[in-house]
Ligand binder design. Structure first.
Ligand code: SAM
Ligand code: CA
Length: 258
C-alpha cells in the first residue's frame, strides 16, 4: 500500500492522538511503572490532599526543625531531604528503643540529623557522615540554635571510611540506630557495616527503597536502581534481621537486628 506523502503529517497527528492518551492512561493506572517520578519522591504525592491530611493529623515538628525544613525547601536539591512524616517515625523509633548512639549516612542540610539529636538524651551521639560540607553549613547554625550541637559528631569523608574507623576503634555492636541515605551504589556495603555496628535489637532504616518505582524495572545500566533492588531482595531473605518495608516517602525499610 502506498501512502501519499501529503497525508503523512495527518497520519502522524492521528497516531500521536492515540499514543499520548494511552501513555497518560498507563501513567495513571500504573504510576510506579509509567508515571513520571514525583519531585516529592512520595508514594502519596505532595499535591495529593491526603498528604496534607496526614501532616495535619500527625506531624508534631519542633519549631527549629520546621525552620530547617523550610530553609532547605529553597535549596535546588531540596528533594533530597527526608520527608517530615518519615523523620517523625524515625524519631519515635529512636525514643522507643531508648537509643543513645545513632549513625546518619548522608546528612545533606542536616534535617534528620537534628531530628534525631533532638530526641537523644543529653549524653547521646549522632555520628553524621557526609562528604559535602556546603550542604551542612545550611543546617549547622540551627543545630546550635536548638541546643543539640554537642550531640552531633560530624565526619566529613566518605561514609565507608567513617564506618570502617568506627569498627576499627572497637565500636561494633554499640550503636542503636542507623539511617542509610547516601549514594545508592554503596547501599549494600553501608548495610553490612551498619549491621556490625548495631546492637541486637537495634534498627537500621534504609531510605529510597522504592526509588520512585524504578525498582519494578531496574535497567541494567542504572547502577543505583540495581543496587537498591539487590539489597531489597537480599533483605527479604536475610535471617539476621526482621524487616518491614513501608510505602512512606520514597519507601523505607526498617531492619530490626536479631
Ligand atoms: N538524610 C538527609 C536528610 O534527612 O535530609 C538526606 C541525605 S541526601 C539524600 C544524600 C547525602 O549523601 C548528600 O548530602 C551527599 O552529599 C551525601 N553523600 C553522597 N555520597 C556520599 C558518601 N560516599 N559518603 C558520605 N556521604 C555521601
Ligand atoms: Ca533519601
Amino acid at each position: 500500500m502506498v501512502i501519499s506523502l501529503k497525508y503523512l503529517p495527518h497520519l502522524v497527528k492521528e497516531a500521536l492522538g492515540l499514543i499520548i492518551p494511552f501513555f497518560f492512561f498507563l501513567g495513571k493506572r500504573y504510576p510506579l511503572v509509567f508515571g513520571t517520578p514525583k519531585s516529592s519522591k512520595s508514594i502519596i504525592g505532595k499535591s495529593n490532599p491526603l498528604w496534607q491530611y496526614i501532616l495535619d493529623h500527625s506531624l508534631r515538628e519542633h519549631p527549629i526543625l520546621k525552620k530547617l525544613r523550610l530553609l532547605t525547601a529553597d535549596h535546588p536539591w531540596s528533594k533530597m531531604m527526608v520527608s517530615c512524616d518519615q523523620a517523625q517515625l524515625m524519631a519515635n523509633l529512636v525514643k522507643l528503643i531508648k537509643a543513645k548512639k545513632v549513625i546518619e549516612i548522608g546528612v545533606f542540610t542536616g534535617y534528620n540529623t537534628l531530628n534525631m539529636a533532638l530526641v537523644l538524651p543529653d549524653n547521646g551521639r549522632v555520628i553524621a557522615c557526609d562528604i559535602n560540607e556546603d550542604y551542612i553549613k545550611i543546617g549547622k547554625p540551627l543545630w546550635k540554635e536548638a541546643g543539640v550541637e554537642h550531640k552531633i559528631d560530624l565526619r566529613i569523608k566518605p561514609a565507608i571510611q567513617t564506618l570502617d574507623e568506627l569498627l576499627a576503634s572497637g565500636e561494633a555492636e554499640t550503636f542503636d540506630f542507623a539511617f542509610i541515605d547516601a549514594d545508592k551504589e554503596s547501599y549494600n556495603e553501608y548495610y553490612e557495616k551498619c549491621l556490625r555496628l548495631i546492637k541486637r535489637g537495634g534498627i537500621i532504616a534504609i531510605d529510597n527503597v522504592l526509588w520512585s518505582g524504578r525498582v519494578l524495572k531496574p535497567r541494567k545500566d542504572d547502577l543505583a536502581t540495581q543496587s537498591i533492588h539487590h539489597l531489597n531482595e537480599k533483605l527479604h531473605r536475610d535471617a539476621r534481621v526482621n524487616i518491614s518495608m513501608l510505602p512512606m516517602g520514597d519507601g523505607v525499610t526498617l531492619a530490626f537486628k536479631l
